[in-house]
Design a protein around this ligand. Structure first.
Ligand code: CP
Ligand code: NVA
Length: 310
């Protein structure tokens, strides 16, 4: 693989410049059009000798399988490990793990319990590190979400997206994307489950168009897209309390009818029917959730191609 002075990590969308975020989404569209056979010009040099190591501290269906297949379709190989398979599970530090894996592999994707683990890994790795979800963000998901939005609604710049529900890790990556890609994001959530104030501060400093309110109907009014996510993210233990707080934020047909006439519905999955979304909406004509899940594969190819220097 080409030697890069500084590895191209994909840790969070706000750490990339706007042109890079745009480029990755554009490449995801191109990758999708190309199908399984990635055009040679989009394959990183030396990809046939490259290996992506994937570390999971939490379960995954989409992220695990889409990254694995994306790397294979690019021409490279993968190793997937649960953290308990590694000495990490017995107390070896993430810094030591990063230095050792950098001697074998060409990139690392991690799904980490704590965002600090991702940052430590990136600090000590000499190869690109990719955020496959942490407790704080899920950038690869939102790249695929933007791709899905654009397939139905055209370029996202200037459009309005409504996030309804928990102000969680996926919501934070939507906030980063809103700033980098120039769209409006209206978040409706219970005040006690609002996104991290540090992210709000960053949005404001960047002059982003993100509002946070407790009124679901107000957020959805006229929006081109309504997005939600599970009420109980992996690792959260206060399920009963969260379900009580979030009950007024369930996305149902009535709420969807307040959005733009041709609005779409997105959910990163896994979904819990009759909790954050009704089966009617999830399975209905406005839902794009299966395209969204598919687009993880195309977006992952674009992410890997960028990280590995194509
Ligand atoms: N949306 C998403 O990241 O799904 P997995 O947890 O299955 O990877
Ligand atoms: N917010 C969810 C996303 C799952 C893909 C979680 O962190 O569990």
């Amino acid at each position: 693989m080409p030697t890069l002075s500084a590895p191209r990590h994909l840790l969070d969308l706000h750490l990339l410049d706007a042109a890079t975020v745009r480029r990755i989404v554009d490449d995801a569209h191109t990758m999708k059009r190309a199908g399984k056979r990635v055009p040679p010009a989009m394959r990183p040099a030396g990809i046939e000798d490259a290996v992506l190591v994937m570390i999971f501290e939490k379960p995954s269906t989409r992220t695990r399988v889409s990254f694995d297949i994306a790397m294979r379709q690019l021409g490279g190989q993968t190793i997937a490990l649960n953290h308990t398979d590694l000495q990490l599970g017995r107390g070896e530090t993430i810094a030591d793990t990063a230095r050792v894996l950098s001697r074998y592999a060409d990139a690392i994707m991690i799904r980490a319990n704590k965002h600090a683990t991702l940052l430590d890994l990136a600090e000590y790795a000499d190869i690109p590190v990719i955020n496959g979800l942490t407790d704080e963000s899920h950038p690869c998901q939102v790249l695929a979400d933007v791709q899905t939005f654009e397939e139905s609604c055209g370029p996202i710049a200037g459009k309005t997206v409504a996030w309804v529900g928990d102000g969680n890790n996926v919501a934070v990556s939507w906030m980063h994307a809103a700033v980098r890609l120039g769209f409006s994001l209206r978040i409706a959530c219970p005040p006690s489950l609002a996104p991290d104030p540090k992210v709000v501060e960053w949005v404001n400093k960047e002059g982003g168009d993100v509002s946070i309110d407790s009124d679901a109907a107000g957020a959805v009014a006229g929006a081109a897209c309504v997005v939600t996510d599970t009420w109980v993210s992996m690792g959260q233990t206060d399920a009963a309390h969260r379900k009580q707080l979030l009950a007024p934020y369930a996305v149902d047909a009535k709420l969807m009818s307040m959005a733009a006439k041709d609005a779409i519905f997105l959910h990163c999955l896994p979904a819990y029917r009759e909790h954050e979304v009704t089966a009617e909406v999830l399975e209905g004509p406005q839902s794009r959730v299966w395209d969204e899940a598919e687009n993880r594969l195309h977006a992952q190819k674009a992410v890997l191609a960028w990280c590995l220097g194509a």
